[in-house]
Design a protein around this ligand. Sequence first.
Ligand code: GTP
Ligand code: MG
Length: 286
Amino acid sequence: METKLKTPQSIPSACETCPMHNAGNLRKLGVNMENSDYVIALAGNPNTGKSTVFNALTGLRQHTGNWPGKTVARAEGAFSYGDKQYKIVDLPGTYSLLSTSLDEEVARDFILFGQPDVTVIVVDATRLERNLNLVLQVLEITDRAVVCLNLIDEARRHKLQVDERRLARDLGVPVVPTAARQGEGLQELLAAIHDVATGQTVCKPYRAKSESPAIKRALERLVPQIETAFPGLPNARWVALRLLDGDERLMQAVRQGELGDLTRPELVTLPEASANNRVIPLEVAS
Ligand SMILES: Nc1nc2c(ncn2[C@@H]2O[C@H](COP(=O)(O)OP(=O)(O)OP(=O)(O)O)[C@@H](O)[C@H]2O)c(=O)[nH]1
Ligand SMILES: [Mg+2]
């Protein structure tokens, strides 16, 4: 694949005066999450740099390290960019939204039911193919996403080239190359998040279209029933597909009426809400 990496140095000079590309425009707000205009979720496979992005944007010190599975609970922080304030939620790494381990459920429940305004999917540019599985799953359930193509420095070092424009076209969402540990590409990431959150960028996420007539018929019956039982539930179609697939966790959520609870914003933001929605306190970096 051809490379056309966007680095801060390659931004045309006219853009440098634009507030959206001004580095001073990011304000790290730590745990000050009052008055946020938008909620951003950070999703991705384990060890792709989600917490590194989170720390860079909030000034907090979420645990990072070079092994998978460090983040086991949801962590929340805030930043402002342009004239908007954002609450950002760092999630445990997950390979799939169909998984059953507790920390993976934390991520899945938030992406599915927390109703983030933008889901940023952080992917490892050196393991793109493996990471795309989760990207495609997230794009099945949300229209508003940005792919953060992280560890681009490592990809370069291994002489891997990623055509991010082509990837963005194929996926139907913005793709931003970053090296989060060095802060590279974060301004472009912020601009992409801002544009999707405010509706200036409208995503057209790639979705597999193959559906057998039998599944189509089942969905036609099941989706309205789910919508009636859980008014306001986003992604009723995805939930229906999971139920048809025999997903135990979602069956339990339907039986216990938990699906409705998960759509209530206060339950996904308060630490004491449930084991699946626990939030850990964070230190502010000095
Ligand atoms: N070279 C390089 N290393 C990075 C980059 N971003 C993050 N890292 C490193 O990658 C490792 C994993 O980063 P984390 O931020 O902990 O990853 P995570 O996705 O939060 O991991 P889990 O919480 O375990 O899923 C750390 O050692 C980071 O310093 C990057 O862009 N380039
Ligand atoms: Mg982490």
